[in-house]
Design a binder for this molecule. Structure first.
Ligand code: ADP
Length: 372
């Protein structure tokens, strides 16, 4: 692998403190505080309209926040332009200059900022082209490149000037699925090689979980959870995070204390033993978020942890069977079973299912935060 050229020893620290934004009367971002460590790759993840692009534009200096402060390495950058902040941004549509070759596009920022003489700029462009693996294509125009290649040019152009922070605005949105995976790896490789603090916006949860050191999940302008991908998936702190990231069904249940442990009794039937003790004062109406892989089939007719359901739909998905079940009260449940040992299941077949012992699904109080 070709290494980066004069890359910074480590990225910059990026801090958002109580950042909020209003478009006229419309509140787009509410009280978001994040501390992003040097060299970290953080994704802003959330549904359309949750405020992630607004936040990214504020970080870039393309617009000014209504409330709060942005700091880079401790310096308040509110009011500074993108160039003054030393922030690089890559857009979904690449924003390449169509009348310039690959080499000229990459040289553009270096020339505009007078970063070296002609020979130095040429050398830097050559190294960047090698780094993003576009050697041999330097004299092509953007229209002569694939979407993935154009995105590499955009990355090279942005990284060439060694910004302190890299911002990626849905960078893979325009690519088809296979190419997306290649570009995910490519972006990750470059981000590591340059050790550059990176913030990416996406609505694609798989992309966020696979690429990021930490994910900031947003909903309706608010930060719901800022955590590692595994914590977000395994220990979602709100019912929104549990259902937006990955698949989970939210079961209305009654939480009870049973000797040393807590048991949730879903309205659909059965019972779910919880390892982690929930505070006894919270015993009562709750919602339990159960992921498809946390269910199993039960063959024991007397199994009091199991509930009755019928098979609605069976879909093979590579090594996994996705099974859509209808519980006796009409609620829909999704199961994922390894296809290798799964019994033959057909539409209308009665089955018994239960949450696997030890699965310990998260429990939420009403629509609010997780109980633990
Ligand atoms: P996302 O990137 O998560 O889809 P945005 O940051 O684009 O969300 O938008 C957040 C909210 O702000 C939405 O309700 C959107 O309609 C609103 N919004 C975005 N841009 C503007 C604008 N220029 N003027 C008014 N409202 C806007």
């Amino acid at each position: 692998m070709t290494g980066p050229v004069s890359s910074p020893a480590a990225g910059a620290r990026l801090e958002l403190e109580s950042v909020g934004h209003l478009y006229g009367q419309t509140r787009a971002v509410s009280d978001v505080s994040l501390r992003i460590e040097p060299g970290e790759f953080v994704t802003l993840l959330g549904p359309s309209g949750c405020g992630k692009s607004t936040l990214l534009r504020i970080l870039a200096g393309l617009m000014q926040q209504s409330e709060g402060q942005i700091r880079i390495d401790g310096q308040d950058v509110s009011g500074l332009s993108p160039a003054e902040r030393d922030v690089g941004i890559v857009f979904q549509n690449y924003a390449l200059f169509p009348h310039m070759t690959v080499a000229s596009n990459i040289a553009y920022g270096l020339e505009a900022r007078h970063m070296g003489n002609r020979a130095q700029i040429r050398a830097r462009v050559r190294e960047m082209i090698d780094t993003v693996r576009l050697t041999g294509l330097e004299n092509r125009y953007p229209r002569e490149l694939s979407g993935g290649q154009q995105q590499r040019v955009a990355l090279a152009r942005t990284l060439a000037v060694s910004p302190r922070i890299l911002l990626l605005d849905e960078p893979l949105g325009a690519l088809d699925k296979n190419l997306r995976l290649d570009m995910q790896l490519e972006i990750k490789r470059l981000q590591r090689a340059f050790a550059i603090t990176t913030v990416m916006v996406t609505h694609d949860q798989e992309e966020a979980l696979s690429m990021s050191d930490r994910v900031a999940v947003m909903n309706a302008g608010c930060l719901e959870q800022f955590d590692t991908p595994t914590q977000i998936y395994d220990r979602p702190s709100t019912a929104f995070v549990a259902t937006f990231v990955g698949t989970a069904c939210l079961l209305d249940a009654r939480l009870e204390r049973d000797l040393q442990r807590f048991v949730a009794y879903p309205q659909v039937g059965g019972g779910i033993a919880l390892d982690e003790p929930a505070p006894c004062s919270r015993v009562g109406a709750v919602r339990v978020a159960v992921r498809p892989e946390q269910w199993e089939l039960s063959t024991d007719r007397e199994d009091s942890w199991a509930l009755d359901a019928t098979v609605e739909l069976v879909m093979p998905l590579g090594p996994t069977l996705i099974i859509d079940l209808m519980a006796s009260n009409g609620a829909s449940l999704k199961l994922a079973l390894p296809r290798a040992n799964a019994p033959t299941l057909t539409h209308g077949m009665p089955v018994r299912v239960r949450v696997k012992p030890g699965a310990n699904p998260p429990v939420f109080l009403g629509g609010a935060s997780r109980i633990d």
